[in-house]
Design a binder for this molecule. Structure first.
Ligand code: UGA
Length: 437
């Protein structure tokens, strides 16, 4: 099928390349010329495992291209909207500017029978309005909502083999026909047994934010338990393992530590609260306010812990931070807990040196006042405390004896509960972690 993809960020670039892998012909459209240039040359503008290979494969087939010119969408019949919906400055609500401009860009090029497929995360009620815009221009064109659940770091895998498809559609013959076209796009995964839930537009939009809210709640729940563990001398890791064996609870997303960050969970729960307020049901989501606060408190707690291990003050202390990305296998530093703690410690008088395998460039753009280095060895040299803030495998696997030979004081804060305290203590380290004795 001939497909256009509006927005070539994490979601759109991966989606475009993945759709070519599935046999379709795809043009990715983005307003940022550098992004288009880079993708056209087969270079992903961000780090995502497997994406460069997928881009190379797609470009070699001649069925994948990128452009800033929305007019080329006229050749396609299925148009995916994959632009971002960041948090508005100074508000909780989502900024829909990019979604609206993507719809405005595609509408002049729609023909009868074309399908516009929204994948961006939007406040419930948005898709209905966008559908009206589409149909005012071309009554025989249809808009579906098909939220995306990909995780950064696993984006390619999640796009090619999602755990479910959700189609939101109006209950009309035309919309059902459009859903059948979307089935053709996803034919391979559907034939492989990926479940599909067809629902109305409102439910489809809610599914996405409900899923992210649930995940955020799960993380904040275990981090709240970590606070209890800290007050009682209990161990949150053992607690998570034990409750996680209950299949109704499950062990995944119960890792206590620095909490959640990134371009999705924090802004999605806030936009959801803002939307609930507009709908007059804000009470239904007041618990998300607490989820957000628990999450932010973890960052403050780590700064306090750094002060404690440094003997009461971090002023003038050299502190190494391992990790800048919001999670491993990503160079994304949007609302990164690692960077937020690094910056706080620096603001409070410490001399902070940050390292990360992939995210240094992005981190340095965001926090130019921090010091950055490419290697762990440089970062920890002369350090009086080390904070493991992002659980990259290379940090999790560090040999404590090797590291001890490079720091000034062997004090480690395990911000992600990913090290073995017994091993580190046996190697002579003062080991501290969130929610662990
Ligand atoms: C999240 C969702 O997991 C995806 O399903 C969704 O599609 C995506 O947002 C989106 O809305 O686009 P992502 O932001 O890539 O994906 O990251 P997650 O893997 O969810 O991790 C989010 C944060 O939670 C990270 O900072 C991670 O370190 C933290 N986390 C995760 C914990 O603190 N504890 C855990 O147990 C798990």
């Amino acid at each position: 099928m001939k497909i256009s993809v509006f927005g070539c960020g994490y979601l759109g670039a991966v989606h475009a390349a993945s759709m070519v892998h599935l046999g379709h012909e795809v043009v990715g459209i983005d307003v940022v010329p550098e992004q288009v240039e880079s993708l056209s040359a087969g270079r992903s503008p961000f780090f995502e495992p497997g994406l460069d290979e997928l881009l190379a494969e797609g470009l070699a087939t001649g069925r994948l291209s990128f452009t800033t010119d929305a007019a080329v969408a006229a050749d396609a019949t299925v148009h995916f909207i994959c632009v971002g919906t960041p948090q508005r400055h100074g508000e909780f609500a989502a900024d829909l500017t990019y979604v609206r401009s993507a719809i405005d860009a595609v509408v002049p090029h729609l023909g009868p029978g074309d399908v516009v497929v929204g994948k961006s995360t939007v406040p419930v009620g948005t898709a209905e309005r966008l559908r009206e815009t589409v149909q005012e221009a071309v009554p025989e064109a249809e808009l579906l909502w098909n939220p995306e659940f990909l995780r950064e770091g696993f984006a390619v895998e999640d796009t090619l083999r999602p755990d479910r498809f959700v189609y939101g559609l109006a209950d009309t013959g035309q919309a059902h026909a459009a859903a059948a076209r979307l089935d053709e796009v996803y034919a391979a995964a559907l034939a492989g047994g990926t479940p599909k839930i067809e629902t109305d537009l409102a439910t489809a939009q809610l599914v996405k934010v409900a899923a992210n809210s649930f995940l955020a709640t799960k993380i904040s729940f275990i981090n709240a338990m970590a606070e209890l563990c800290e007050a009682t001398g209990a161990d949150v890791k053992g607690l998570a393992d034990a409750i996680g064996h209950d299949a109704r609870i499950g062990r995944r997303f119960l890792n206590a530590g620095l909490g959640f960050g990134g371009g999705c969970l924090p802004k999605d729960i806030r936009a959801f609260m803002a939307r609930a307020g507009e709908l007059g049901v804000d009470q239904a989501l007041t618990f998300l306010r607490e989820v957000d606060s628990i999450n932010m408190r973890r960052r403050v707690r780590v700064v306090d812990m750094a002060r404690e291990v440094c003997g009461g003050s971090i002023v003038g202390r050299r502190i190494a931070v391992l990790g800048a990305a919001f999670k491993p296998d990503s160079d994304d530093v949007r609302d990164s807990p690692a960077l937020s703690v690094a910056a706080q410690m620096q603001l409070q008088g410490a001399y902070v040196v940050v390292t990360d395998p992939k995210a240094i460039d992005n981190a340095a753009k965001k926090w130019p006042d921090l010091s950055f280095t490419d290697t762990v060895e440089d970062a920890v040299s002369g350090a009086e405390a080390v904070l493991l803030a992002t659980e990259w495998p290379e940090y999790v696997g560090i040999d404590p004896t090797w590291l001890k030979g490079r720091v000034r004081e062997a004090r480690i804060i395990d911000g992600r509960n990913c090290l073995d305290p017994a091993v580190w203590r046996a190697a002579g380290w003062t080991y501290r972690a969130l929610g662990r004795p």
